[in-house]
Ligand binder design. Structure first.
Ligand SMILES: [Zn+2]
Length: 416
């Protein structure tokens, strides 16, 4: 493991020279950008005044208490975020596994029972009981159940009906709608590929023409938009690229322009990532953008690129860790978008996921850690495609591969 020696990047003399310059043309965007930089400068200055030794700390216990409270609350009432309750389960459970905090058996069982109630009678999962099945909460529910990883959790998933739900949202051009009568975007292809591969329900026609459709979402910028012709965006780019990796077709993307696009989304002064060109830094893109680099590293390695590092991803891992540790932590627990914003479980999950990506290079065979601050800041590694811990992915795949692939209830040819 490599510990980063002081002084840190954001304490160095030259750091302020990385600030944005508007070339004398002030715009709404440039004013907002400067405002954010000022707030970050202030955070760094306050930190410097209080701490003689730059040793940013991950507030483990505070985050744990915040998450624990969220999970208990969920098991009691589930009062807030009515259509995102399956997501809340995933965000909290994944954050806890990154912090290596076990979930008590009784709570895990409550979550299984709750997610079973979110499963639609026609297959797939909804955001809450009695709601319509939707691909996004289906992804979240399957991930949450795989994190729990018990027989009870696996048994919740009705694979046969899940497969017919996936066929019901598949479109003739290879894309997927998010739900019956809903919108098409590239998130749906990722959600479908993720749950189908984890639960072993891939059939030969389920993803027919999907890679070609995903490639058509990559635009002139190098990143992917939600649908063909739209602006490149971090969340969609991660989803499209991860889906291509699952389908074994990542070589069909223009990997070099994708790499240039994502590397340019890391902010020079802030150290975190923006979601789109000319937008502000946001903690959740620590995963959606930085999480692309492990996928790209692997894809380029498969293509035989001999210039790849064997120790580092192709982004500033140290700068991202500094941004998350100094600017995205609520002192009472939970993580956030940027200084001044409030905490929530979504940003807690994706800030921690991004921190994990920035700390761990490679996998089992070739693993290199780079930890900013104390050793206790170290999080568990996360699987670059599914964003749950790698051993939980392996365990789920092993479990579901003992079962045969269901025969689709719906005629496969009808979707092709
Ligand atoms: Zn965000």
């Amino acid at each position: 493991m490599q510990r980063v020696p002081a002084p840190f990047r954001c304490f160095s003399e030259w750091h302020s020279s990385e600030k944005f310059t508007d070339d004398g043309v002030e715009t709404v965007t440039s004013v907002e950008q400067r405002k954010v930089e000022r707030s970050i400068q202030e955070v760094i200055s306050v930190y410097k005044q209080i701490h003689s030794l730059p040793q940013p700390t991950l507030l483990r216990d505070q985050h744990y208490q915040y998450l624990k409270k969220g999970l208990h609350h969920l098991s009691d009432a589930y009062a807030c975020l009515d259509a995102s309750r399956s997501w809340l389960c995933y965000w909290i459970l994944h954050s806890l596994e990154l912090l290596e905090e076990p979930v008590p058996t009784s709570i895990a069982s409550d979550v299984c029972k709750f997610l079973a109630r979110c499963q639609s009678p026609t297959g797939g999962f909804a955001g809450g009981p009695g709601q319509a099945a939707h691909l996004a909460p289906t992804y979240a529910a399957v991930n949450a159940l795989c994190i729990i990883g018990t027989q009870e959790a696996y048994n919740v998933i009705d694979r046969e009906k899940l497969l017919s739900f996936l066929f019901s949202v598949k479109q003739p051009d290879g894309s997927f709608v998010m739900h019956g009568g809903g919108e098409v975007d590239v998130r749906s292809a990722y959600c479908a590929a993720s749950v189908a591969s984890l639960t072993n329900i891939m059939t030969p026609t389920l993803f027919q023409d999907t890679p070609t459709w995903i490639v058509s979402c990559q635009n002139w910028e190098g990143g992917l938009g939600g649908v063909p012709g739209l602006e490149a965006h971090g969340g969609y780019t991660f989803c499209g690229t991860a889906a291509m990796v699952i389908l074994g077709k990542e070589h069909m993307l223009d990997l070099k322009t994708l790499l240039r696009w994502v590397a340019s989304r890391q902010m020079r002064f802030e150290g975190g990532f923006q979601g789109r060109c000319n937008k502000l830094v946001d903690g959740c893109y620590s995963f959606w953008q930085a999480g692309l680099l492990p996928l790209l590293h692997r894809a380029l390695f498969k293509e035989g690129d001999s210039t790849l590092s064997l120790q580092k991803w192709m982004f500033e891992q140290q700068a991202l860790q500094e941004y998350i540790l100094l600017c995205c932590q609520n002192t009472a627990g939970g993580l956030l978008d940027k200084p001044g914003k409030s905490r929530d479980f979504y940003h807690t999950c994706y800030c921690l996921s991004g921190l994990s990506v920035a700390q761990h290079f490679g996998n089992m065979d070739l693993h290199h850690e780079l930890i900013v601050g104390q050793e206790e800041n170290r999080l568990a590694p996360s699987h670059p495609v599914y964003n749950i811990c790698p051993e939980k992915v392996a365990q789920a795949i092993q479990h579901f591969h003992q079962l045969s692939v269901p025969v689709p209830a719906q005629k496969e040819g009808s979707s092709a």
